[in-house]
Design a protein around this ligand. Structure first.
Ligand code: HEC
Length: 144
């Protein structure tokens, strides 16, 4: 017995498959969107965090760093730097302040940005907020 694959069978598979995957896409989108408010740490976005984001953008930190995996791969991922620095905004501020103006010869190093105290507080609060986003520990990023 021979079976032929007809045009109408091909069409049915095409339409059936399209509808199935479109519905799957809608269901997964709905699932993601309803999970977001529990994970995005948006309740901790303060004026200071918003200012920190501005400091982050105007100094192009993302030109060297990644944040939650997005950005450049020249310098360390910063999404969980607050936790890696011992849950300390002071340690983040001290690190940024301590960068040498001339850089470190022979190795990649972070520039001195000469940020004001207000900007330092804000960028540290922004990085603290970022560390509170539940990304299921993505990207994997362990100190040392
Ligand atoms: C020109 C590239 C460059 C830019 C731009 C840059 N950084 Fe860095 N950053 C580095 C490098 C390289 C390191 C690795 C440590 C070092 O300086 O030797 C680093 C390290 C860090 C660390 C410590 C990370 C760790 O895991 O130890 C923090 C925090 C940090 N940067 C914050 C910032 C912030 C905030 C900005 C924007 C204001 C910024 N960086 C902009 C290159 C850069």
């Amino acid at each position: 017995m021979s079976q032929t694959f007809t045009k109408s069978m091909a069409r049915n598979i095409f339409y059936g498959g399209s509808v199935f995957f479109f519905l799957l896409f809608l269901a997964l989108t709905f699932d993601s969107m309803s999970a977001l408010p529990k994970r995005d740490n948006s309740e901790n976005i303060t004026e200071q965090v918003a200012l920190g984001k501005k400091v982050w953008e105007t100094n192009n930190c993302i030109g060297c760093h990644t944040l939650l995996g997005e950005g450049a791969y020249f310098a360390p991922e910063l999404g969980n730097v607050y936790i890696r620095f011992g849950n300390s905004t002071e340690a983040i501020k001290a690190f940024i302040k301590s960068r040498p103006v001339e850089g470190i010869p022979g190795r990649r190093s972070m520039p001195q940005f000469n940020l004001s105290e207000e900007e330092l507080d804000a960028i540290a609060e922004f990085l603290k907020y970022a560390s509170g986003i539940n990304t299921s520990n993505w990207p994997p990023n362990i100190q040392g």
